[in-house]
Design a protein around this ligand. Structure first.
Ligand code: DQA
Length: 148
């Protein structure tokens, strides 16, 4: 049987990881995180499709495609977490297990980061563990998919 495919989606400004506010987001680049995800996915017998966009509509299009093309979604929507009902609606329509990831602990920062629209569609949330959070999300996704 073909390995299950997990879409790992990254929202705006995450292309700047490593140089962007390293005291908050760490020194790993998005390429470092992608590489670590591919390694962990291989151990878990998962395939990972890793993407980043600064554009809300592009993220919505990819989530819509995932309905047919993927078995689960791990996503860090960046600032769209706190604003995007369009991404929430797309996630609800995807009808797939969804895990929300944030590098920083969004609950110990500015109050406007505490509100996540995306959480309403997520099976679970991992935040505050830097890039390692993506690997924790893949571990959790592997278990979710096996259970289904
Ligand atoms: C983030 C947290 C968001 O509030 C912020 O806008 C980001 C990154 C995180 O990974 O910690 O861009 O999603």
């Amino acid at each position: 049987m073909a390995a299950a495919t997990i879409l790992v989606l990254n929202g705006p400004n995450l292309n700047l990881l490593g140089v962007r506010e390293p005291e908050t987001y760490g020194r790993d680049t998005l390429a470092d995180i992608e590489e670590a995800c591919l390694e962990r996915a291989a151990e878990l017998d998962l395939a990972v499709d890793f993407r980043q966009s600064n554009h809300e509509g592009q993220l919505v299009d990819w989530i819509q495609e995932a309905r047919e093309a993927a078995d689960g979604i791990v996503l860090n929507p960046g600032a769209y977490t706190h604003t995007s009902i369009a991404i929430l609606d797309a996630l609800r329509a995807a009808d797939l297990p969804i895990i929300e990831v944030h590098l920083s602990n969004i609950h110990r920062r500015e109050s406007y980061r505490r509100r996540s629209y995306v959480s309403e569609a997520a099976q679970g949330i991992i935040c505050g563990f830097g890039g390692h959070g993506y690997l924790l999300a893949l571990d959790a996704m592997a278990r979710l998919i096996k259970r289904d």
